[in-house]
Design a binder for this molecule. Sequence first.
Ligand code: NAD
Length: 485
Amino acid sequence: MQLDIPSQLENFIGGNFIGSRSGQFLQNFNPATGEPTSQIPDSNGQDIELAVSAAKKALPAWSNLPAEEKFNILNKIATLIDEHMEAFALAETNDNGKPLWLSKKVDIYRAAANFRFFATGLMHFSSEAHAMEDRAINYTLRQPIGIVGCISPWNLPLYLFTWKIAPAIAAGNCVIAKPSEVTPHTAWLLGKICQEAGLPPGVLNIVHGTGSSCGEAIVKHPEIKAISFTGSTRAGAQIAGIAAPMFKKLSLELGGKNPNIIFADCNWEKMMATTLQSSFANQGQICLCGSRILIEASVYEKFKLEFVEKTKTLKIGDPLLDTTKQGAIVSKMHFDKILAAIETAKAEGGKILCGGQAVQLEGRCSNGLFIQPTIIEGLGPSCKTNTDEIFGPVVTLQPFYSTDEAIALANATDYGLAATIWTQDISIANKMAAQIEAGIVWVNCWLQRDLRTAFGGVKNSGVGREGGWEAMKFFTEAKNVCIEF
Ligand code: NAD
């Protein structure tokens, strides 16, 4: 199978790669080198109409296909992603700017895992029965919704794309999916893999383009009955504004401003090594990164000294090199946004303890978009720097004097995605876990992911849960059947 990315991408509709009806194109760039890569179609409502027709045609057969046959196809997709790991990882890195080793270890590995997980999941999915003594029995029929839309962001491109698509098709739906226009390449490769794996034409349709043109056309289409969206809180609100009056099922996985809470009694070495990752992995562009570090006052200075020293050793470099810890920022627009946020922090009176600047590398990456990992102190919980999501390699430090103050600081944003707590005191960990407003709490770890667990946020971080049976339930409609004896 030929997996070279073409200079002009096409949509994957009805099992074929076809040009967009819009005739409009967007230019894609490698953020580590500044070089133009492919052009992608900026698809519109006509393209979505085509994709919906293909999905409609495929739906009756796909939704009725025996579970074992669906399993075989999804499992084949997982195997083929694994087999083509190198091509996928290189495409992801060239599109996104993340280190190649990270693309392999996390993004592509987990994209294959998503398909494998939901392939086996569909074989075990069952529903409830409720007996009413000797009067009647109820059983729940879980049926596919029909045609669903999946829209994903650029930070973990294939990983999050497949995290939605795999359960959607496992549950018997047909899908219209849109990757981020900034990172379309691995989604294009996925189309190739689906052809090879024998996924029936029209079950998965991948349409490229901007949020305002292509994304909104998916959200507005009356025959697309559910939308699973991961991205910014801003776009999530726009999508909810359109989809809610149409009574579409909605899963919204949105932004975060997560606290990383460090108590003096924690396992210091493990905390420090993990905090470096939870602050700066993927250039801080993971929705689960701990961008607000809250430190018990008695160890604040000790933490600060060591953390700054270790952060300065993180090697910023060419994403293709194994030694690189910090790759490029995904796009010029996002690069400018992060640097503007650092200026805001300074204007608010924040002290830059390290970083704070763009970096110009030499050689192949001399036109790339790189920013130093940045640590800021001296800002209170209501400053913009501590309330607004930056989504880059920028963290703040704040001291706390009691558990209650730590909880208050942790909850002092409109977001509520994830939190990390570092302590050996199980009572404190339990109290904090119960009182922190977040969908996910890690104690003495970060980014431990079990695909069976519920994943999602509260407050402005979203509505609904993904993962495991939560995802299979989202992508099905429950129908109660009551039979009287
Ligand atoms: P974004 O909201 O700009 O775009 C996300 C996707 O939505 C893209 O495919 C985009 O084209 C599309 N889109 C944008 N506006 C749209 C609209 N009006 N209608 C339909 N589609 C639209 O987000 P981004 O910049 O790509 O990603 C970064 C954001 O994603 C951050 O806020 C981050 O926290 C969030 N994120 C959240 C999670 C989570 O699980 N909660 C995971 C990863 C990223």
